[in-house]
Write a protein that binds this ligand. Sequence first.
Ligand SMILES: Cc1cc2nc3c(=O)[nH]c(=O)nc-3n(C[C@H](O)[C@H](O)[C@H](O)COP(=O)(O)OP(=O)(O)OC[C@H]3O[C@@H](n4cnc5c(N)ncnc54)[C@H](O)[C@@H]3O)c2cc1C
Length: 447
Amino acid sequence: MAQQNGDSKKLDIVVVGGGLVGSLEALYLAKRGHRVRIYEYREDIRTTPQVRGRSINLALSVRGRRALKDVGLEDHVINHHGIPMQGRRIHRLDGTTYVIPYDARTNQCIYSVGRNYLNSQLLKESENYHNVQKHFNHKLIEANLNKGSLTFQKTDTKETIPVTADLIIGADGAFSAVRRAMMKQPLFDYSQQYIEHGYLELCIPADEHGGFQMPANYLHIWPRGEFMMIALPNQDCSWTVTLFMPFTNFKMIYSEENLLEFFEKYFPDAIPLIGKDKLVQDFFAGKPLPLVAVKCRPYHVSDKALIIGDAAHAVVPFYGQGMNAGFEDCTILDQLFQKHQENLRAILEEFSLTRWEDTFAISDLAMYNYIEMRDLVTRPSYRLRKAVDDMIFWLFPSLWVPLYNSVTFTTMPYSRCVENRQWQNKVLLYSFIFVGILTAFGAFLRQ
Ligand SMILES: Cc1cc2nc3c(=O)[nH]c(=O)nc-3n(C[C@H](O)[C@H](O)[C@H](O)COP(=O)(O)OP(=O)(O)OC[C@H]3O[C@@H](n4cnc5c(N)ncnc54)[C@H](O)[C@@H]3O)c2cc1C
């Protein structure tokens, strides 16, 4: 039986949503000895096949790893499942590739992990805690957050189930029903933004010997300016390929001929990897899905309810930080439970007050990173800046951490990562001006 914190007050907590963040949060709370009930809309994913429409694999980085370590799963996920990705492998139009390492100095990497696998591991781990109950096929249909009461409907029998709790944690994703109930509260700020681009998942299968068809330890990118395709490796040596593109461009591809024409023009090297027939079949079997970013605050209602993960801050996926930020929510919440000795009002207030700046920051960074991934990476100015950053980082590792590294390989608050970058920009600008003046002055003296 797992170790529990036996000294403090025990609370009755309902977690709405047994996705990645909800099932991790349940483990953190169970470790503290609280009684936790997870209510999840879908069936138990451990016994159902992968559904199309969610990203199949995800990039796990330091913030997510730290949370997994806290609940005893980091080693298993990293060493028995995750596939290290050391950098971006860029595919040019002519099919040649080059590598942009994530961390040339210490070779840190991100890990490709299967969504279903990770979620299953988190749910499986909760079997080790007698104080966690899981209710699948339960959809939240009504909430009175001030009273701590919820109504679920069983998806099979349609029976309604009333539930009360000391604390409700909404981890029910980007279209959260708990957040919808919060929106009725005065002074709740909310905004959402759909970007004009959607995504569609394809697959590069394993080769005839069951091996990878491309070098495995990279996140492969086909940057094409207005749009891009990326590929992350899977355990079975296949690749999950995601095409991100404006919906208007997707609409222009309606027949086998123009799909193949489009791929021959922009991604010729990917056609033999995917296979012509499979490409046509997979492309028309799905439809492009939208990407939404949600910003809101505060994240809590009195001492009764809190939202975390995508329910609180869905971000576009281009920094690979959505899940990592959601996992970090759980870590921060655990620290606040410790700091405030289970005083819910203090915990929820501090979480709301301090977390939004960082989640807003990663939301903006993720929007920016799409432009970097699909366009800027191919430009000499980007590569020059990266080389300068890497060189100074190499010389002064504790003084100069480049933006991508601080977001991905440290737990520096996201808002500090942005401030850090702004400071670095200023230093570089003033240095260039200084060198420019010196050069001009030198030239003047030589005349
Ligand atoms: C294409 C794509 C690629 C991505 N890649 C990455 C990546 O590389 N790295 C990364 O860190 N992040 C990535 N993300 C983001 C990541 O998927 C999310 O941030 C993460 O899944 C959020 O987890 P969550 O548990 O908060 O929400 P979800 O995963 O959406 O889980 C919410 C759960 O709540 C349940 N639920 C919903 N409504 C109800 C209800 N009314 N009643 C009961 N249950 C309910 C749902 O069934 C679901 O199980 C990506 C996202 C996309 C779309």
